[in-house]
Design a protein around this ligand. Structure first.
Ligand code: K1U
Ligand code: ZN
Length: 170
């Protein structure tokens, strides 16, 4: 198992649209395990392959309080979403230290393949639904800060570009 390095906003690779997974092999299992290890190590509740610079439709998550219910969703498709929405405080391992409210569907149904290539369906609500929508956005090359105002996004982008410049000087 290995810890993977997570791309940091505003890295252009975060805007890559992921391709469907077609090979259900040992490499895919290792990638999913490494992503789960990376997510737990970073205290995250989700992680999309895009964030570790792998542009395939794969997400891992665990929104349980006990942190003992890992889920791997391959080629996820949103098949239903409630009209009712909620505004939850979101964070992102690719935008560390930034938290803000984003409006999302409160309940969703998602169809996906498991690591054996078997089709599964999941009804999710509240934090789990928010997390799945956030991770599916990553697979489309979208980062949650894109839902914030132009001013907030500009400030966040400047802050991260400044930190990047500083790090490259050190
Ligand atoms: O970067 C990511 O995609 C992971 C992200 C998932 C997420 C968190 C909160 C709402 C939607 C999606 C995180 O895990 S951020 C860190 C975190 O653990 C967290 C932040 C806010 C609320 C709950 C957890
Ligand atoms: Zn994220």
């Amino acid at each position: 198992m290995a810890l993977l390095s997570i791309l940091c906003y505003p890295d252009a690779r975060l805007h890559t649209v992921a391709k469907p997974v077609s090979a259900f092999d040992r490499d895919l299992e290792v990638l999913a395990q490494d992503m789960l290890e990376t997510m737990y190590d970073s205290n995250g509740i989700g992680l999309a392959a895009t964030q570790v610079d792998v542009h395939q439709r794969l997400i891992v998550m665990d929104t349980s309080e006990e942190r003992n219910a890992p889920l791997v969703l391959i080629n996820p498709e949103l098949i239903e979403k409630s009209e009712e929405t909620l505004i939850a405080e979101e964070g992102c391992l690719s935008v560390p230290g930034i938290f803000d409210g984003v409006e999302r569907a409160k309940e969703i149904r998602v169809s996906y393949l498991d690591l054996q290539g078997q089709r599964q369906s999941l009804h999710a609500s509240d934090l789990q639904a928010v997390c799945i929508q956030h991770e599916m956005d990553h697979l489309m090359g979208r980062v949650f800060v894109e839902y914030l105002s132009f001013l907030k996004r500009s400030r966040i982008k400047s802050k991260f570009l400044k930190a990047q410049r500083q790090n490259s000087r050190d």
